[in-house]
Design a protein. Structure first.
Length: 245
């Protein structure tokens, strides 16, 4: 079968997967603390084991596939809310969250108090240097290093962590991320800004343009597959009967 068919097929699959990534970014462009995902493409050389291939054959049998995606850790904009329960991280780092499923990390700091505990918007406890942070009373204030004071008394300190270089972070929901056990390290360049929220680091205009571009590439691959299919049908109806005659 023509290698062009395989090339167009793998390209369509890769562009379709990339389309999902870009669309998800665009859908979360207004989600606080969201980190954009960017597609990573790789190539696969389709060849029979032990069979030498010419330069031309290598070029026509080198198929592009989606190798995965990587997390964009660039800083999002800080939006002033005036709410004392909103916290933003300026610099590199993540808040630590614990729930029944495990330990997670987030940049979204729209917290509140429930049952005497500091929790996320999803209701999961926020972890401090000494464990779950207990909040009793008001008013609440947070210093740049994450120390929490309630009515002038220290109630705990937010745990802000970073990760070792090359650590793969996996998105779990819109604003939660997971990381391999033992990969977190203390954040050294992070500052907490009370009364602010970090916006998504997605550029809506750039992502809208990327969405259109990826869609066009996918459409082109669909047309190419249709052309190959027509050619195969023509070969089957016109050329194969001659072979048997």
């Amino acid at each position: 079968m023509d290698s062009g068919f395989y090339a167009a097929c793998t390209a369509l699959m890769a562009q379709s997967q990339s389309l999902d990534v870009v669309a998800n970014n665009l859908a979360n462009s207004s989600t606080s603390g969201y980190r954009a995902q960017h597609s990573v493409f790789s190539s696969v050389l389709a060849k029979a084991a032990g069979r030498p291939m010419s330069t031309l054959n290598q070029a026509t049998n080198d198929y592009g596939v989606l190798g995965g995606s990587h997390l964009d850790l660039s800083q999002g904009g800080l939006e002033r809310t005036g709410n004392d329960m909103d916290f933003a991280i300026e610099g590199a780092g993540f808040f630590v969250v614990q729930n029944s499923s495990g330990r997670y990390y987030t940049r979204s700091g729209d917290f509140h108090v429930a049952n005497g505990q500091l929790v996320t918007a999803q209701g999961d406890p926020v972890i401090g240097e000494g464990g779950i942070i207990q909040i009793v009373g008001a008013p609440l204030s947070v210093s740049a290093d994450g120390t929490i004071s309630v009515n002038g008394a220290v109630a705990g300190k937010l745990k802000v962590v970073d990760f070792k270089p090359g650590t793969p972070l996996e998105s779990v929901g819109s604003t939660y991320y997971s990381a391999p056990k033992g990969s977190e390290v203390p954040a050294t360049s992070a500052a907490i800004r009370q009364g602010s929220i970090e916006s998504s680091n997605v550029n809506p205009v750039a992502n809208a343009v990327e969405l259109i571009t990826v869609q066009r590439y996918a459409d082109l691959m669909q047309r190419a597959l249709s052309m190959f299919d027509s050619q195969f049908n023509k070969t089957a109806t016109e050329d194969l009967p001659r072979v048997n005659s």
